[in-house]
Design a protein around this ligand. Structure first.
Ligand code: FAD
Length: 414
């Protein structure tokens, strides 16, 4: 059986590992820490802005120019990635790759995304919606006046308006605690007693339209929003906020649980610090954990180490960017990487990343493949500002699909 190592356990790494397993590889994930999923909104952003608001993300992804990752992977890999994650987590992700919906953000912006959790669905913004945005006095960082006020100021994507009133409730989940975290609330709402107490508080909210709450509606129990609808007699939806993000944690937990069920090995707390290579192939990677170095041999490696935020890309003291494990070739824009206009154009630094061909193998400018059995996926790739254009999860899925396709073809060649 061919062995595969995935470096990193963000969305790109977990997707690559699960698809490698489906393709018949003996798969191990080696990861320094958790990926960015639990910081995320728990949605799948495919392409939100290009630079105007995008209605059909799959179609708009097809218009991206080289070196954007979508121009490298092609839209077939993206479509398969979206389809795959919906097949894999059918109860957790609704929507489709050909329509963006607009969801309220925690500051009252109308955020475009392609796939969303069912607990967010009744908050999809459209003309005529009458919303009650409800803050919980014991939960910080959620201000219904800010959200409701900003939502009323904007036009919905269908050219209409919503009305939104701000309300507050008391909902204490631990005796005497006045600033419980999202996780504490979510755990309390994993129990029916907690859901009933919240329903009782929500019954006093004026209006008849959907109620928007901070995204704390249960970590392990699916469909708390449906139970609240039964008890309150109104639609209830979640608005994701600051980390730790409960919807992001749900997505992460669901993918990790699947890795465990499929017996994919997960080596955590293991930083990859080096590797051995011969004849343009990486034969093993080296981790440093628990005070010693450990080598992991592999036939194929998929490197999904993230970008600057996870340390996979670093800026040296001479102001140059380098990829931190293999020293892979990067695409770096000409000129200054950081400019002084904070509110102006996107900083060029953020588009720096690894150069690959459509097979996701890192290559030089003239197309020379650096290591035959090393593919790259996710935020490490050059050519996009993922948080700005809202494309990070789509890029993670598309590139993981394309990288595993290359790994599978290498296996067949052996
Ligand atoms: C502040 C911020 C906001 C964002 N907002 C959005 C948004 O609104 N919409 C959107 O679509 N995208 C957004 N993104 C991008 C999005 O989070 C990622 O593109 C997406 O989650 C895919 O991540 P990934 O799997 O490639 O990497 P990550 O989730 O970063 O995971 C990288 C993994 O690699 C591991 N790793 C790194 N180096 C090593 C090493 N040497 N050894 C072992 N393991 C290692 C890390 O521990 C981690 O597990 C945002 C990103 C940031 C930083």
């Amino acid at each position: 059986m061919s062995t595969a190592i995935v470096i990193g356990s963000g969305l790109a790494g977990l997707t690559a590992a699960l698809r490698l397993d489906e393709a018949g590889f003996d798969t191990t994930i080696v990861t320094m820490g958790l990926g960015g999923l639990q910081l995320s909104q728990g949605t799948i952003d495919v392409l939100g802005y290009a630079p105007e608001r995008v209605d059909n993300p799959l179609e708009a992804a097809g218009t991206r120019q080289d070196p954007h990752p979508y121009a490298v992977t092609g839209t077939a890999a993206l479509a398969e990635g979206i389809d795959w994650i919906q097949r894999t987590l059918p109860d957790l992700l609704h929507g489709d790759g050909e329509h963006n919906v607009a969801l309220p953000s925690v500051v009252g912006a109308m955020r475009p995304t392609a796939l969303y959790q069912p607990s967010m669905a009744s908050g999809i913004l459209r003309d005529g919606l009458d919303l009650s945005i409800v803050g919980i006095r014991q939960y910080k960082d959620f201000y219904p006046e800010l959200i409701a006020g900003n939502l009323e100021r904007q036009m919905t994507p269908d050219g209409g308006r919503v009305s939104a009133r701000a309300c507050w409730i008391d909902f204490e989940v631990r005796d005497g605690e006045c600033d419980s975290s999202a996780v504490t609330f979510a755990r309390a709402l994993d129990r029916d007693e907690g859901v009933r107490r919240l329903a009782w508080a929500l019954a006093k909210i004026p209006g008849a339209g959907p109620i928007g709450l901070p995204a704390v509606l249960g970590l392990k129990t699916p469909n708390v929003h449906e139970r609240l609808r039964e008890l309150v007699g109104r639609e209830v939806f979640e608005i994701p906020g600051l980390p730790p993000s409960i919807p992001g944690m749900r997505l992460n937990e669901a993918l990790r649980a699947l890795c465990t069920r499929r017996r994919i090995r997960l080596v955590q707390g293991a930083k990859v610090i080096g590797f051995d290579a011969a004849d343009s192939r990486v034969s093993s990677i080296r981790t440093h954990a628990a005070g010693r170095d450990v080598d992991y041999p592999a036939d194929v490696i998929i490197y999904a180490g993230g970008g600057f935020e996870s340390g996979a890309l670093e800026v040296t003291s001479h102001g140059r960017v380098r990829e931190s494990i293999f020293g892979l070739p990067l695409i770096t824009p000409d000129g200054a990487l950081v400019h002084g206009d904070y509110w102006g154009e996107e900083q060029p630094l953020f588009s720096v990343g690894v150069r690959t061909g459509s097979d996701m193998r890192a290559c030089t400018e003239d197309g020379h493949v650096v290591y035959e059995n090393l593919c790259v996926a996710g935020s490490l790739l050059a050519g996009s500002s993922r948080w700005d254009e809202k494309s990070g999860e789509g890029i993670a899925l598309a590139s993981a699909v394309a990288a595993v396709a290359t790994a599978s073809s290498m296996k067949e060649d052996q």
